[in-house]
Design a protein. Structure first.
Length: 426
């Protein structure tokens, strides 16, 4: 019988989780700092939307290159490189802001540059989890990893918002730079505990950078999961615009109610990850992904149809509690059905592809929000339910039995032996 304690006994995993939590909080701080800077300095929501897109799109285009680096080099070193690069860039932006020299075109350029190395940490963190943790602990490790994401949503924006309001843009950018710098420190001590330190350059790894895209598109499980997650993220993005409009104009509640609704969803999501991390999802991944997305769509529909703040809170609780099945099972599916030689490229591409759905959804949600936001929330629900149907149609139900046996044997081995055995079994 495995438990979360078994995961936390492994110091390498604890260091990874601490590092990822700090970096994800810093990333949320950075996103809000960029938006607040654009709105307060250039007085244009449209320019803020441009900055949001520029902070994601270039990294998406370069995610295959980042994935190739993750599969060729020590994964932890690639993640550290991204954190240090982000810290240095934000420090430069803080200096420019202090000197009143951060014009809108320059902010756009630097926001785009900041996204270039993001796939290294997004894909690298996810790729390190199955390398550090034996297969029986994957779901629990994925749950803890996903909880750090939820906590970053709770901590990052409030910290950035208060810092911006009290100390200004320069201090906010500097604090975000410091957070990225601190995130690199736990990984520096990972050292030889990183089983990706010695990577054998197989024929597959010497393939072209874009071979990672072909691998993801040619893997039915990864392709189906990535498409369904992209649609679901567009739905979430639409809700980020719909919820404030619906709360303020339809429910006639204050701005604090918007924060209360998101905080409620985050608490429910954290509880969902803890509980669902105990569930064995082997060979039932598609079922759980479909159920989780349908569950989330139902929660969004309750929000769209709510006539009071209490009903909206109930909808957000439903939405938050669906995140355990979605997040944990999606990660476990990718880990189980990806060859370790392609783990970096696979996670870099799929994680970055999913993240671009949020700004796309925000653009869509803003376009159909209407006067009360109900249409936008209903659109978000429809997209989430559509993602559930798509997952049912395009994700294979089961993995090939021979591949299962080979993977199960390999994943019983530690560290480097596990990676080598998985490669030899192909």
């Amino acid at each position: 019988m495995t438990s979360y304690r078994d995961v936390l006994r492994q110091t390498a995993v604890v260091r990874l989780l601490v590092s990822a939590g700090l970096a994800r909080t810093a990333s949320q701080m950075q996103s809000l700092a960029f938006l607040l800077l654009a709105i307060t300095s250039y007085h244009s929501p449209a320019k803020a939307g441009v900055i949001a897109m520029l902070s994601i799109l270039p990294g998406l285009l370069l995610s295959p290159l980042a994935g190739n680096a993750l599969d060729r080099l020590r994964t932890s070193a690639c993640v550290i490189a991204d954190y240090w690069f982000s810290a240095a860039l934000l420090a430069v932006m803080a200096v420019l802001a202090a000197r009143q020299a951060l014009s809108f075109p320059l902010l756009g350029i630097l926001a785009a540059v900041s996204s270039l190395t993001t796939p290294l940490s997004q894909g690298g963190t996810r790729a390190l989890v199955p390398a550090l943790v034996p297969r029986p602990l994957w779901n629990r490790a994925n749950a803890l990893d996903s909880i750090s994401v939820e906590l970053s949503y709770v901590a990052g924006p409030p910290v950035a918002g208060v810092c911006f309001a009290v100390f200004g843009s320069t201090a906010t950018l500097a604090a975000t730079a410091a957070a990225f710098g601190l995130a690199a420190l736990p990984l520096l001590r990972l050292g030889n505990q990183d089983p990706t330190a010695e990577k054998t350059k197989t024929a597959e790894e010497r393939g072209t950078t874009w071979s990672g895209v072909r691998y993801v598109l040619g893997n039915p499980a990864l392709r189906g999961s990535a498409l369904s997650m992209l649609i679901s993220r567009i739905g979430f993005g639409a809700l980020t615009v719909a919820l404030p409009v619906l709360t303020l104009r339809h429910l006639q509640a204050g701005t604090s109610a918007v924060g209360l609704l998101w905080a409620t969803a985050a608490v429910a999501a954290t509880a969902s990850h803890v509980v669902f991390g105990r569930v064995n999802t082997h060979q039932t991944e598609r079922r759980w992904i479909c159920l989780g997305m349908a569950w989330a769509g139902a929660g969004m529909l309750v929000v769209a149809l709510s006539g009071s703040l209490a009903q909206a809170l109930a909808g957000m609780i439903l939405l938050g509690s669906s995140q355990g099945p979605i997040d944990i099972t999606t990660l476990s599916l990718a880990q189980r059905r990806t060859d370790p030689a392609w783990m970096g490229r696979s996670f870099s591409i799929t994680q970055t592809l999913a993240s671009v759905g949020l700004p796309l959804g925000a653009l869509l949600g803003g376009g159909v929000a209407g006067t009360k936001g109900m249409v936008s929330a209903a659109t978000a629900s429809g997209l989430m339910l559509g993602a559930a149907l798509l997952a049912l149609l395009v994700i294979p139900a089961r993995q090939d039995q021979a591949a299962q046996d080979q993977a199960a044997h390999a994943d019983a081995l530690p560290g480097e032996e596990r990676i080598s055995a998985r490669r030899e079994s192909d």
